[in-house]
Design a protein around this ligand. Structure first.
Ligand SMILES: [Zn+2]
Length: 105
């Protein structure tokens, strides 16, 4: 990750500067900002790794349908946990998810 390299570079530059006492307060707040940027960047990359989401599933009758799986799947469960939970048909207009109990029209 080049962003982490840049942050580390900035951190070491700040460390070199902080030998000069007069700027210490400013440098300390810059370091603090850099820490938040590091945390933020890490979260961003984590999210990218966790949810590659190559293509959003298609929606049909309020359910997700997938090209490689047969059936109607609960969008709540898929969005929240990534699990494909097949919904059950209650009647001609209503489906229900056995996992999260959502009713889907
Ligand atoms: Zn569900």
């Amino acid at each position: 990750m080049t962003i982490f390299k840049s942050i580390d570079q900035a951190k070491s530059l700040v460390k070199q500067l902080s030998k000069n006492k007069s700027d210490e307060l400013i440098l300390r707040s810059i370091s603090k900002e850099l820490e938040s940027i590091t945390v933020f960047a890490r979260q961003l990359t984590d999210e990218t790794v966790l949810s590659p989401s190559p293509s959003k599933p298609e929606i049909k009758s309020g359910c997700y349908i997938f090209a490689n799986a047969k059936g109607f799947f609960c969008p709540n469960c898929y969005d929240n946990t990534g699990n494909k939970v097949a919904t059950k048909r209650l009647n001609s207009k209503l489906r229900v998810c056995p996992e999260c109990r959502a009713s889907i029209k």
